[in-house]
Design a protein around this ligand. Structure first.
Ligand SMILES: [Zn+2]
Length: 355
């Protein structure tokens, strides 16, 4: 299958458009928050109408210019460069409801009249955006339980607030997905594959004929996708993620269309590499706790040193350590008890397994 590198959006700095498979366009849309330069949305061009996969945030072209009254300037410019437009969109499928993939969803469906398809379990993220103060409070309590305090605690809890201004409205799905649905777009049949882990409501789109996978943040080429624990969400996100990696590895995608960066080949090999990295980290965390009981800040220092981090970086690191710990806790390898000061201390779970 031809993979073109053609950049079809000359003069639109921050926006890049290329046809990456017949009738499938990658739209690189500007982000620029927490060090992530762009999100990759995909346009599936059809005869009667088009399907957009993910949509970016309220942003302008020309390196952050005017986002326009509804924030859609960048995505509108990208769609035009791919020969489409908001009015041609039949549906927007959101791989997961993180703001970089979903921020403009409400505006895109409002202006296009198209449907918004999202997995049923994105309800947790939507509730978070409906009441961000509660979400920040919940995160603060969780991190305090794990021993953070003072300005470090507030800075680490508040990352969500940085993202909210680029989400003009909270999109409401018109169709809730469970996984397994099939739909036609651009002469191909796509199947929705539920891949929880990076987010409980994460889906990939799979085209079996050409072995194409729109992978969202489930498979990325350069970085290992973050898997973070969040109270009230999946109790074992890393276990879910490793299962989802197996599912995608078994599909053996020929070409992966990731949610950040450019398409890459051999999805099975990438899934294996990512899984091996996560398993190494799981072992490392278990061995650190086996050597002596530790709190989360102690584990953070042992794994990442004591170099200063921004609040967003620290949250990212700690929420992933919590996902490793939750994996071990679910399998009764490690357990947490409260110290007299209320902070959780992690140790080996030596309790006998119930018969
Ligand atoms: Zn994400």
């Amino acid at each position: 299958m031809p993979v073109a590198d053609r950049v079809a959006a000359p003069g639109m700095a921050g926006v890049e458009v290329a046809e990456v498979a017949d009738g499938v366009y990658r739209l690189a849309l500007p982000l620029g928050i927490h060090g992530v330069p762009t999100v990759s949305a995909y346009l599936l061009r059809g005869e009667g109408g088009d399907t957009l996969v993910d949509c970016g945030i309220a942003a302008g072209v020309d390196g952050g210019g005017d986002p326009g009254p509804d924030g859609t300037a960048a995505v509108t410019a990208a769609l035009a460069a791919a020969g489409s437009g908001l009015e041609r969109l039949e549906r927007l499928v959101v791989t997961h409801a993180h703001i970089d993939h979903f921020g403009l969803a409400g505006e895109v469906v409002r202006r296009s009249g198209g449907e918004l398809w999202m997995h049923r379990r994105t309800d947790l993220d939507l509730a978070k955006y409906d009441d961000p103060e509660e979400a920040v409070d919940r995160r603060t309590l969780m991190l305090a339980d794990h021993g953070l305090y003072g300005t470090e605690l507030t800075e680490t809890s508040e990352g969500l607030r940085d993202w909210l201004p680029v989400m003009p409205s909270v999109g409401r799905p018109s169709r809730l997905l469970d996984g397994g649905e099939r739909f036609g777009a651009g002469g191909r049949t796509w199947e929705v594959v539920h891949t929880p882990g990076h987010s409980p409501g994460h889906v990939c789109l799979w085209n079996a004929d050409d072995r194409l996978l729109c992978s969202g943040d489930h498979l990325l080429r350069v970085v290992s996708p973050p898997v973070t624990f969040e109270r009230g969400f999946d109790p074992d996100p890393l276990g879910s993620y490793l299962e989802s990696l197996d599912r995608v590895r078994d599909l053996a995608p020929e070409l992966v269309l990731p949610g950040h960066g450019t398409p890459f080949r051999d999805g099975a090999r990438r899934a294996d590499t990512i899984a091996a990295g996560k398993r190494r980290r799981l072992t490392q965390v278990r061995e650190l706790v086996e050597s002596r009981p530790r709190t989360v800040p102690e584990l953070t220092a042992a794994l990442f040193g004591s170099a200063p981090m921004t609040g967003a970086q620290r949250h990212f690191v700690i929420a992933e350590i919590l996902a490793y710990l939750a994996y071990h806790e679910t399998r009764r390898t490690l357990r947490r008890t409260r110290r007299p000061d209320g902070v959780f201390l992690w140790s080996v779970d030596e309790r006998p397994v119930a018969p």
